[in-house]
Design a protein around this ligand. Structure first.
Ligand SMILES: *[C@@H]1O[C@H](CO)[C@@H](O)[C@H](O)[C@H]1NC(C)=O
Ligand SMILES: *[C@@H]1O[C@H](CO)[C@@H](O)[C@H](O)[C@H]1NC(C)=O
Ligand SMILES: *[C@@H]1O[C@H](CO)[C@@H](O)[C@H](O)[C@H]1NC(C)=O
Ligand SMILES: *[C@@H]1O[C@H](CO)[C@@H](O)[C@H](O)[C@H]1NC(C)=O
Ligand SMILES: *[C@@H]1O[C@H](CO)[C@@H](O)[C@H](O)[C@H]1NC(C)=O
Ligand SMILES: *[C@@H]1O[C@H](CO)[C@@H](O)[C@H](O)[C@H]1NC(C)=O
Ligand SMILES: *[C@@H]1O[C@H](CO)[C@@H](O)[C@H](O)[C@H]1NC(C)=O
Length: 651
């Protein structure tokens, strides 16, 4: 039988070869490789997340990736970025995924699309929209019917947009990933994966290669892989490449070897050392992977920035900082690094590198110190920030208020006089994630998830107890994805449960954009009280781009000397969170596209704890070098156990 079959298979292959469609992409199981336009094909790819790079720079970054010798890019689609409210879709401006795909194609790069619905990615809630939590008991990433219904609606919008961009339809997309590292999730629901497989096939057709990605072990592949989805693995440099690919072979005895996430660096958390992975380690393992003819995606090739509120968090609760530099070959700002050239050299040993100029690192400019002025506290600005209070006996969560990001103010009155310091506590660790507490405008301290569950307060009976709660980013990995924000359990004062809340949803981004903070500054100059520098307060100022210097504005970084923790906007663009008091990130990246030269640039800072303005210079400073690796005040040499486990899993 076998003897007869072989020549027949060869004949069939020949016939197919003679009749290959002009554009085709698939898997050749006999030769253990991909096959593109009828020829064996191996890809070297790099990750870039369009949601973390300003549209203005998409072309620059893609060209730098092309010039490194990459065949393809890999990108995630964050569902919550495109469907901010249930049924409201946003693909405009920096969210124009189709334009991004077009640019990739124009640059001569193929695309590996990781369509979700879940993506992890150190992105808020792993890309899942927070409004899914309106059903409190929802089991995310499972066959929960409400979850599946939402996924089906979303994919019914996303996938038809992607179909024309599939390779066989004339576009750049060669492969589409379904879910993400599902084998690391507790649910192990094959019906869910089958549902996704069917849905993706229905919208994208039978030809496109659909795949999964999991940690390189049989343990992870057990619940992550599914018949009909090509199983690939991810693993870090420095490990045993043979063993890692053997794990893939346990699921896919034949077909191309693929590492879908080969880590070029690693993620950071506030309060932990900046991660650095030496270029030599990566170059060495990359060489081993390529020598074996395997396919690889470098995660990240450029990390970029968690602008606004988009960072995620790990458990035990550790939010990621604004920079997603990742110690990648292209820095957060797209700068060419030593690592870029080291990896390009390795790639050059396996294929011809493209000819032409590598776009240079963009110049950075130190605009210097900018004086800020106090515009008013959050409480003073309350009328302009909130449509009004929602009254409730017990606290409501962000989702119950239909506000998904940023800050919410919870107010009640002291039921009795607290002359002596009286404990205000969150016995069930229900402050998600950080709360700035004041009584009649007098600062009392900070409550923080997992870290500070009790503070002492003082005040008169009937005084306003104001608790500004910050959502610091939803958990993006593991079973605690359903991360409710706000006061998610009751607070107690001494023994009494606090009741009678007025809860103010806050649209701070709207207020910044409509100039409300600016007006506040010019209309209502409140008496400057010393203590008002230690409650959540807005500061404003302007940055004028100097004349007479060619090619300004240029990229810059903003530094916060003497400031504690907060959020900054330039011309209404939310650059993200700063937290120099915790580190390791000190400066925030300011891409030039948010700056204008024609008029002063409006700067708004929301300092949540303590500004330097009552005692030192009330200044922020624009510098030409980033600092995201400060020595920490409370330095822990080792990352917490969890992070090491996550890392080990990939070795
Ligand atoms: C993508 O690029 C190829 C050339 O590499 C071209 O043939 C194709 O028409 C392009 N597709 C789109 C959608 O622009
Ligand atoms: C790598 O793994 C393979 C397969 O498990 C094993 O045979 C080999 O000894 C390992 N190499 C090293 C250096 O540990
Ligand atoms: C709160 O006040 C009590 C009594 O003064 C004191 O013993 C305790 O240490 C204080 N706790 C904190 C967290 O400040
Ligand atoms: C607060 O306590 C009340 C009374 O015990 C309880 O009914 C309610 O569910 C609690 N609320 C939260 C958010 O935990
Ligand atoms: C800055 O704010 C002022 C006052 O709201 C406005 O007139 C001006 O256009 C803003 N500048 C920029 C660059 O957005
Ligand atoms: C941070 O990085 C810079 C640039 O690579 C380096 O010069 C500096 O020594 C680093 N600082 C720390 C504290 O690691
Ligand atoms: C450092 O740790 C100490 C003791 O745990 C704490 O009191 C202090 O606030 C921490 N400092 C910072 C900057 O986190």
């Amino acid at each position: 039988m076998l003897r007869l079959l072989l020549p027949l298979a060869a004949l069939a292959a020949l016939l197919r070869a003679a009749n290959v469609p002009e554009r085709s992409f698939g898997i050749d199981y006999d030769s253990n490789c991909f096959v593109k336009d009828g020829k064996p094909f191996r890809y070297i790819s790099g990750s870039i997340h369009y949601s973390r790079v300003p549209l203005y720079y998409w072309k620059d970054r893609l060209l730098k990736m092309k010039m490194a010798g990459l065949d393809a890019i890999q990108t995630y689609v964050p569902w919550n970025y495109h469907e901010p409210q249930m049924g409201t879709y946003d693909f405009f401006g920096g969210k124009d995924l189709e334009y991004f795909l077009q640019l990739a194609n124009d640059t001569g790069l193929l695309v590996i699309l990781r369509a979700g619905p879940y993506i992890c990615a150190e992105w808020d809630m792993g890309g899942l929209p927070a409004w899914l939590l309106e059903k409190k008991s929802i089991v995310l990433r499972s066959s929960d019917s409400d979850y599946l219904e939402a996924v089906e609606r979303w994919m019914g919008v996303l996938l038809p947009k992607m179909r024309p961009y599939l390779y066989q339809n004339g576009g750049p997309i060669i492969m589409v990933q379904v879910e993400n590292e599902y084998g690391s999730y507790f649910a192990c629901d094959y019906n869910y994966l089958r549902f996704l497989l069917k849905l993706f096939r229905q919208h994208l057709g039978d030809e496109v290669v659909l795949f999964t990605t999991d940690g390189a072990s049989q343990f992870h592949l057990k619940c992550g892989a599914l018949q009909g989805l090509y199983a690939t693995v991810d693993f870090a440099p420095g490990g045993n490449v043979t063993a890692a690919f053997l794990a893939q072979r346990s699921s896919e005895p034949k077909g191309p070897l693929v590492n879908s996430e080969f880590y070029t660096g690693w993620l950071d958390h506030w309060g932990h050392r900046h991660s650095v992975v030496p270029a030599e380690t990566i170059a060495k393992t990359l060489n081993e992977i390529l020598a074996r003819g395997a396919n690889v995606n470098l995660y990240m090739f450029i990390g970029g920035t968690n602008f606004a509120y988009w960072n995620g968090a790990n458990m035990p609760y550790m939010p990621q900082p604004t920079s997603y530099d990742y110690d990648a070959p292209l820095s957060e700002a797209g700068d060419l690094t030593e690592k870029y050239f080291a990896l390009r050299k390795v790639i050059g040993m396996y294929k011809q590198l493209p000819e032409g100029l590598i776009p240079p690192t963009t110049p950075k400019f130190a605009y210097g110190k900018i004086r800020l002025q106090k515009a008013g506290t959050v409480l003073e600005a309350l009328d302009g920030l909130s449509p009004g209070a929602v009254r409730s006996t017990y606290p409501l969560t962000f989702v119950e208020l239909k506000q998904y990001f940023g800050y919410v103010l919870y107010r009640t009155t002291l039921p009795k006089s607290c002359v002596e310091p009286t404990p205000l506590s969150s016995p069930f660790n229900g402050v998600h994630d950080r709360a700035y507490v004041s009584v009649d405008g007098i600062p009392q301290g900070v409550l923080e998830r997992d870290k500070s569950l009790m503070i002492n307060i003082t005040g008169q009976a009937g005084a306003n107890l104001d608790i500004l709660v910050e959502n610091m980013g939803r958990v993006n990995f593991g079973r605690y994805n359903n991360d409710f924000k706000g006061l998610v359990s009751n607070l107690t004062l001494a023994e009494d449960v606090l009741v009678g809340w007025e809860i103010y949803p806050l649209d701070i981004d709207g207020a910044v954009n409509y100039g409300i903070i600016y007006l506040l500054h010019h209309s209502k100059r409140s008496a400057v009280k010393e203590l008002s520098y230690e409650v959540p307060t807005f500061y404003t100022g302007t940055l004028s781009i100097p004349g007479g210097i060619p090619d300004l504005p240029q990229d810059t970084y903003v530094n916060f000397p003497g400031w504690t923790k907060g959020q900054i906007w330039i011309n209404g663009f939310n650059l993200g969170r700063y937290w120099p008091a915790r580190g390791p990130q000190l400066t925030l990246y300011v891409p030039r596209n948010v700056l204008v030269a024609s008029e002063p640039n409006n700067i708004t800072v929301l300092e949540l704890e303590r500004s330097p303005c009552s005692t030192q210079a009330c200044e922020i400073e624009f510098v030409d070098k980033p600092n995201i690796n400060a020595t920490l005040q409370n330095e822990t040499d080792k990352p917490p156990l969890f992070v090491r486990d996550l890392w080990m899993k990939h070795l």
